[in-house]
Write a protein that binds this ligand. Sequence first.
Ligand SMILES: [Zn+2]
Length: 105
Amino acid sequence: MQELIAKRRRLLNELMKCSNFVRGSINSVCAKCNRSHCICEVQTSKRVYRLTYKNSEQKTRIVYIPEAKMPKIRKMIANYSKARKITEQIIETNIQIFKKENRKS
Ligand SMILES: [Zn+2]
């Protein structure tokens, strides 16, 4: 039992480490016409990057990402998938704790 509680504490610490997370996907559009498939007469190679995500009301939102911040936002997206995996492990641990508690009473 103590082991399980220690395990949960460990998982929560790991979750803290990746708490700076966002959910969404990164895509790029033409800097001039704002489309993923450029329709400009004179096409440039200039692209802008953006994060598309759904807010709590399931509405699609777009945030433009300065190129210098791309590594940071990629890390934040990676943190989200880590956080999800850790959350799954916490759930599993909590189930085990719950079962043990039931056996005792
Ligand atoms: Zn364009």
